[in-house]
Structures are given as C-alpha cells and as structure tokens.
Design a protein around this ligand. Sequence first.
Ligand code: BTN
Length: 267
Amino acid sequence: MAQMETRFRVLRLDEVDSTNLYTRGLAEDGAPDGTVVVARKQTSGKGRLGRQWHSSGDFGLWFSILLRPVFDPKFAGMLGIGAGVAVAQAIRSLVGAEAVLKWPNDVLIDGRKVCGILAEGRTVGRQLEWAVVGIGINVTHPEGGFPPELEGIATALSQHCACDGEGSAPDKDVLLDSVLSEFGARYAMLHEGGARRVRDEAAGLMESFLGRRVTIRGEFGVLEARALDLLEDGTLLVRLDGGETMRITAADVSIGTCARGPGENNA
Ligand code: BTN
C-alpha cells in the first residue's frame, strides 16, 4: 500500500484566545485534514481537564492540527499519544535532550513538563468527524519566569539546548516543521493499521513511567495504583491497590503520591 502523506497547511495568527478553539471553528466550517493554526500568543490557552495553559506571551510554540481521520474511532486516543511521540522525537533530534512521555501525552525533560497536548474531537455515529490536536511547547523561559505554581514543574527547551550554547533554543519554525513531519509519519501509521507500532514507540518513551506507583485523579475521584501498561487504543492499564485492574481513558496521573490541585497550569 502506498504510504499516506498528509500535507499540512499552516495558518499563522498573531494573537488568538486558543488555537484549539479557533481550529474547532474551522473544523465545523469544513476546513480540510492537515490544517494547522499557530499563534504567537494565546489569551485563553486551554489545558487538559478544564485547566488553563500559560501561553499569553511569545515564549512558546502554540499550535493546533485539524485532522479528519478515517480509521476506527476506537484508536482516536492514539492521536494525542502519536503527537506526544512526535514532539519527543523532534526535541531529541533538534535539541539533543532526552525527552520522555508521561501518560497520556505530557512531554518531560529531566522530570519537568516542556510540552502539553490537548486532543479534542467530534464523533458522528461510528466515524470520527474531526479531531483537533493542540500542542504547546515551552521554547524559552517566559519573561519574568514561570508563575510560582509552575516553578519546579515546568521547563523550557532553552534550558536543555546544547546546540548553540546554554540558553539557546531551536527556531520555532524549524521546530514546527520537525513536529509536523514526525506527526505525519505516526498519523500515516494509524491509517495503515499500525496503532501497535505507535503504541510501542510511546511505551518506549514511557519507560520511566510504566511500572511506577501513580496517583490518578479523574471523574471517579483519586486512586492510588501501579501503572502497568499502555494499551493499543491509548488507554492506561493500572492495578489498583485493592488488586483489581482498571483501564484509564481520561485522568490526570502523577508519579508517586504527591498531590497537585487544579488551576492554571502548563505542567
Ligand atoms: C495540557 O494540559 O497539558 C494540555 C495543554 C495544551 C496546550 C496547547 S497550546 C496550543 C493549543 N491551544 C490551546 O488552547 N491548548 C493547546
């Protein structure tokens, strides 16, 4: 089978409330698969689980990709996971830092979050009509530093870039191209029955997470468990302290038992 290739068309905005919100609007208006919206600043960046994403300045790469996948919607969760793999690989090749993943798709360097991903979608019947994968990468330190609640939790690429000396960071356009090219390859795999391959890559990047004791916060409350495995549909298999196993589809998972409350967050 010829390899599917997605052509990305990039729309650039100076300022927007949220590239995810804007791209969802484009999706409803019929914009095609592969439309990318990138903004220099977001006035109301959205994080997972209703949180805010700190992106009101020009210190990061804030963008969303509109997708119209034609594979089984049971693999929809793999879009965000594939995006996490793409970002981690782009960082590894451009920055040389050992980027890893924490389920579902946080990208960490040295235990701190450098990128968050918010995947949203609309399913009609058995078909995923559209998906929007929003990606926020902290490229440099925000002016004045991260807000106090993110200090020690969030990081930026400039703190890990060995390429042109300490404090430098990859050009944002080069980073965007690299992430899109890495993501395009995983998106093609998902269309070619390769969810297992994407899962294997992601699990490889989650080695420091899988097997660990975790605290899970979700609609069901707070659970203590061990992270057992990443499944092919992107869900996380855990063993609860009571002994039973559970598949987690949407939740906030932290390693260990340390507490973290809701609120503004890019970590
Ligand atoms: C998370 O909570 O970890 C997900 C954060 C996702 C942030 C990105 S920035 C670009 C896109 N637009 C948004 O409003 N959110 C996503």
